[in-house]
Write a protein that binds this ligand. Structure first.
Ligand code: BJW
Ligand code: ZN
Length: 256
């Protein structure tokens, strides 16, 4: 049996599916990934820019980068990969998307498939580009405003206390939200299938999600144009882009 047939059979038989996504699921929408050759970090290494130390040393530079990404994502639209995952979630199977992405393309795909319902939305393990958090009082709030990073005085400020705000994302060395992570691991352990799409599978603890599915006796499918450290552990490895692979992989699974 080919990996494709094994993956399709596992999805057909599944009652609960966890989908773990990374930057690659949004690549065909025009959102740059991190570690590919044309990725966001051709000039800076993620470990250098996405850290609390980088923000402490140069908040203007970090905000400039996040402001640019906020605008870039706002100008992109969900692709066929996001849309078919959103459609899959409307079917009889329990489907939870756990994403490392800070974009909002899964939510926008859900909204396109089922307008106005709001939906549960994905679990955003690494936070959101469209939320900010106060470095003084800790309040987190929705923020879609353009960022003025001309100088330190023009940077986003907390609406409650006026303190310096920061992007509400998880940087290296910071803890992920404990409840969210526990939920993701529990869902993965109880899932029949973990579908892992467009992640290099090098950043932990997110990269552990499919390991919980394996530990619970479930089936792991990887969709990625390149091999990753997960490939050797996955039950089926489908080499190709998300927008091309996901629609035929989940086709018709939304009907009972
Ligand atoms: C396509 C495609 C297409 C292309 N279709 N696919 C040693 C061992 C284990 C852990 C550690 C360690 N040393 C340090 C750590 C901990 C560290 C870590 O994991 N580091 C590793 C790099 C080694 N982790 C942390 O620090 C985490 N916190 C933590 O562990 O707390 C406890 C602790 C505290 C103190 C000290 C130590 C531990 C936090 C991690 C936070 C990551 N944050 C970022 C930035 C978030 C905000 C933002 O977006 O700006 O999250 S980094 C960046 O990487 C971002 C991403 O979510 C994350 C993952 O990247 P992703 O999504 O996989 O993207 P890429 O670019 O890497 O891959 C894209 C993939 O798509 C590729 O495979 C392509 O082939 C593919 N692709 N086109 C499908 N069309
Ligand atoms: Zn505040």
């Amino acid at each position: 049996m080919s990996d494709w047939s094994k993956a399709r059979a596992a999805l057909e038989a599944a009652r609960n599916i966890v989908v773990l996504t990374g930057a690659g699921v949004s690549a065909e929408s025009g959102v740059p990934t991190f570690r590919d050759t044309d990725g966001l970090w051709h000039r800076f290494r993620p470990e250098e820019l996405a850290t609390p130390e980088a923000f402490r040393d140069d908040p203007r530079l970090v905000w400039e980068w996040y402001g640019w990404r906020r605008e870039r994502v706002a100008a992109c639209a969900p692709n066929a990969g996001h849309l078919s995952l959103a459609r899959l979630a409307l079917g009889p199977r329990g489907v939870t998307v756990v994403t490392q992405n800070v974009d909002d393309l899964h939510e926008r795909a859900d909204d396109e498939m089922q307008p106005g319902t709001g939906g549960a939305g994905p679990l955003h393990l690494h936070g959101s580009l469209f939320r900010s958090r106060c470095t003084a009082c800790g309040v987190s709030y929705p923020d879609r405003e353009p960022v003025d990073a001309t100088d330190e005085d023009s940077l986003p400020r907390c609406p409650a206390c006026g303190g310096l705000a920061r992007p509400d994302v998880v940087w290296f060395g910071e803890l992920l939200d404990e409840d969210l992570l526990r939920r993701a691991f529990r869902l993965a352990r109880d899932a029949d299938v973990c579908l892992v799409v467009g992640t290099s599978s090098v950043v932990y603890p997110a990269a552990s999600v499919p390991r919980y599915t394996r530990a619970g006796g479930g089936f792991v499918i990887e969709v990625n144009p390149s091999r990753t450290p997960l490939s050797a552990l996955a039950d089926a490895v489908l080499q190709g882009p998300a927008g091309g692979m996901i629609p035929p992989l989940v086709a018709d699974l939304w009907s009972p």
